[in-house]
Ligand binder design. Sequence first.
Ligand code: ADP
Ligand code: ZN
Ligand code: ZN
Length: 746
Amino acid sequence: MDPGHKYAEVYIDIRSLGIDHPFDYIIPKSISNRINTGSVVMVPVLNRIEVGYVVEVKEKTRVEGPLKEIKDLVDIPPVFDDDRLKLASWISSYYIQPLTAVLSLFLPPGRKSKKTLESPGTSHKYMTMVKMGSTAYDSCDYLWKKRKAQKKIMDALAAGGGSMEKNRLLEASGAGSGSLKSLAGSSHIMLDEKKVMRDFRYDKAAPSKQVVLNEYQKNCLKAIGDGLGSNEKFLIHGITGSGKTEVYMNICARVLEEGKKALMLVPEISLTPLLYTRFENMFGDRVAVYHSHMSPGERYDRWLEILKGNVDIVIGTRSALFTPLKDPGIIIMDEEHDPSYKENSLVRYNTRDVAAEYSDIKNIPLVMGSATPSIETRYLAGNRKGYALLKVPEKAQNAKKVERILVDLKKTDKRKQDQFITGELYRAMKQELDRDNKVIIFINRRGFSNFVVCTGCGNIPQCPACELSYNYHRDVARLICHHCGREEPYTGICRVCGSQNLFLAGSGIQRVEARIRQVFSGIDVYRMDSDITVKKKSHQTIINGFSAPGKAILVGTQMIAKGLDIPDVTLVGIINCDGMLALPDYHVNERTYQLITQVAGRAGRKDKEGKVIIQTYRPQAGVIQHGMDEDYESFYKEELAARRELSYPPFTNLVNIIISGLDEQAVEEESKKILDKIKRDIKMNTDILGPAPAPFYRINRYWRRHILLKTKDIKELTKLLGESLKSYRKNKDIRLIIDVDPVWIL
Ligand code: ADP
Ligand code: ZN
Ligand code: ZN
């Protein structure tokens, strides 16, 4: 090998080859001073030329035998730097995920293996601007007499300041495109094609207003401002409307003044259009939005703009964390407790913890905001050095009081009363609709497996070892714990009170919708859930329909709990709070508390009083009581004590290993082998539960089992586990998923 050469470790983005390591290439002398970490290069692979990414430049190579040369350097700034590479390798080791898969998070979106970076998968969109031409427009000119439609266009154009986008002009003038075409042949107008940056924007504009920060907000700003340039973490605990977003915007302004950039993460951008609009009003086109609902082309455009340094604030969902934003000065996470910050598909990671790691690597603050902080974050904020708890206890603007009513479903007569729309809920709905107000009805997410609840005493059978609800398996007539595998026969009789009226819960939103349409015929009913809103803007269409003046009912799942701000909603009903509580997962109390708070927050905004009706079989449960009282601290204390008692996070970390395959027998055998292997290799104090059938035991023809690990030293555990599984030769027909810090254990 030529000693004068340098070498580059190049990662090639072709997942199909199933390769999980970079390759060494010789750097030709002609480009050697321009190749750095993150450089994008063209390299020969198997008789083809592919795009590759330099992960390291080095003087020596350990590869023996002939090496190929880098063919070319693509002329764009490096796509990652050492810090982002550090973050990638942290993710890879902490979450036990292949580095190649992790790196792909950092690469330009929407590309597989294209030859250059400048040719994304989708074409650009153009817009046509119409401008006044060289002949001055005189509306009194005789020639317009016979060209009425064309005159309309000219008038509208003049009124619009002499330059308008084509479609808007046609709309404003009421003329057809034929008239525009004829006009375009004259010197009265000019057409100008412009490449547009594909964007995602709601029509609903929020007027920008100057607010004077209150004392709480000033305190937050001061504390965070003092933390700039350090890796301090902040939790802003404040109810919806307490002015957190105002704090975010002000701290961003401060960061920008210092010449740095800001990253603003939100759980789901489509649910927070106002947040984006408010930032846009304050910062104009220095803000870019970036999220997974954008088309690949849109995302690609944005990504490139960010890479080129043309963007100062990126607002986006979890993937925005990996955009190549240079020199960030702060990371802000709104609604930090939201489970959608957890990525569960390609590479499993929790955005919150990755953001915390990046905050350490870059030495910049991480600001987390929530009305209902996750137990983990609240715990850290109160107990860990380097974490600070900031409280914003009041609404920034006066709002009307919300009345909260609990309906005990045990006391309703099953034969006489509807279990969805109880008498109490029906009367309240009718009253509000008669006053031309709007009603939101919330029903838990659908699709979860059945659980059993006694309608006599409200008892939900639980596994004695895990204190998590049993799942009812109809086929074998047994109650099975999906965590540890413990099971008992299903007798159809309540153990606590002997009642035979056991209720197999699990009815979906569509059933409720049909019922409401039947009971309130003639009233507009909208439904919103993830089945309906897959299309990009249908979500907004539903909201627009529901927001239109007059009475209406919106029935929705989890999706409607967030971000909706519709002034005329005076009643929110929660059909059944218990579905969530009965899920076999230790997060259930936390999720239920968050849900009650969020859903209740939809009622009684601004000028109207609101009412919340919560229907439950367990009105005495602490989480429901505290949720009703909006008493987060009491809830937190109670929940923390329970978590401590059962050694759940934040006192431990969990790792869920999911083993699945088409052959039930093979899955069972493989699970046992993996368990043996883990038990042999992991020589540290770890609780190992299972293998048990996963709560979704069979999905899409795949049988699923899981092993749950609980540890007080997650770093050590993931290290040992990573090593153990690396040397494990698994049955090639079996899929293995490792989920570190799972947000659901389902
Ligand atoms: P959050 O993000 O906590 O839900 P926002 O920042 O959106 O709260 O504030 C809620 C509303 O109160 C917004 O309309 C905002 O403009 C307004 N607001 C926030 N801070 C103030 C303030 N100091 N004075 C007056 N209005 C404020
Ligand atoms: Zn009972
Ligand atoms: Zn159990």
